[in-house]
Design a protein around this ligand. Structure first.
Ligand SMILES: Nc1ncnc2c1ncn2[C@@H]1O[C@H](COP(=O)(O)OP(=O)(O)OP(=O)(O)O)[C@@H](O)[C@H]1O
Ligand SMILES: [Mg+2]
Length: 233
């Protein structure tokens, strides 16, 4: 099967975003709205190393998405993977917004309503993260921009994206770090969300019963290290 679009054929795809390692486009996959994500070379990396790292990231992203789907975690449907151009094509989650934009809007417009709406969402997220970790997947880049919301406004579904830094297996420490990254991202992007993180963790414990204690003690350790670093400067 040929790739649906040549890389030279920029005309028919709409550029959406450039991250640190990938460009994200909106295009059409045999008649369906589609998002493509193309990893690009980093000039500072040795050429051969760069190629293998790019391929590795592409593979780990695909692998994690497939695993999540098997675990019952909602991720975009994968359409096609093209290692030649380091691109994969997936379902566009239409009529969605990032958790980041959702929180920012709610907090700006109605802080009280924000707490009411965000608490159940935090619970859902904690269940997803617990399930993901008990299924041996570390996301690697848990931020509120890497989660999309769609569906019934009163009962939104969370769609997890951006598994480019993910990896499999993982010790409790890796899971603790995964949660720490999320805690930092949440608190630094959205003020007054400490209680939401607590809510996330309550649901996490229920969804990853076997490991939760070990993971949380690692999370505490990582937090302590973080704090010491900040104090030393
Ligand atoms: N399947 C999708 N459906 C709708 N929007 C998407 C989808 N995938 C990505 N997006 C949008 O594009 C943005 C960037 O995607 P993504 O997070 O995968 O890339 P990135 O952050 O540039 O990647 P990286 O962190 O690997 O450099 C997302 O925040 C989201 O707004
Ligand atoms: Mg991202």
């Amino acid at each position: 099967m040929a790739a649906p679009m040549d890389t030279e054929n920029e005309m028919e795809r709409e550029f959406l975003k450039q991250g640190a390692e990938a460009k994200v486009y909106r295009e059409n996959f045999y008649g369906r709205p589609c998002i493509s994500k193309q990893r690009f070379s980093k000039a500072y990396r040795h050429q051969i190393l760069d190629k293998s790292l790019t391929l590795q990231r592409l593979k780990s992203e695909i692998r994690a998405m497939n695993k999540c789907r098997n675990l019952g975690i909602t991720v975009p449907v994968l359409y096609f993977v093209d290692p030649q151009t380091s691109t994969f094509y997936m379902e566009e989650i239409t009529n969605s917004q990032t958790v980041r934009d959702y929180i920012v809007d709610l907090q700006k417009n109605d802080p009280e309503l924000a707490i009411k709406k965000l608490t159940p969402l935090a619970g859902k997220l904690g269940s997803i993260l617990g399930k993901m970790h008990s299924g041996k997947i570390i996301h690697g880049d848990l931020t509120t921009s890497n989660m999309l919301l769609r569906g019934d406004p009163e009962n939104l579904d969370i769609v997890m994206i951006d598994f480019g830094l993910s990896f499999a297996e993982g010790l409790p420490e890796d899971k603790g770090v995964d949660l720490y990254v999320f805690e930092r991202a949440l608190l630094s992007t959205h003020p007054n969300t400490e209680d939401l993180f607590t809510e996330v963790m309550e649901a996490y414990k229920k969804a990853n019963v076997k490991e939760a204690n070990d993971v949380i003690s690692k999370l505490d350790e990582v937090r302590m290290r973080g704090r010491k670093r900040t104090m030393v400067g």
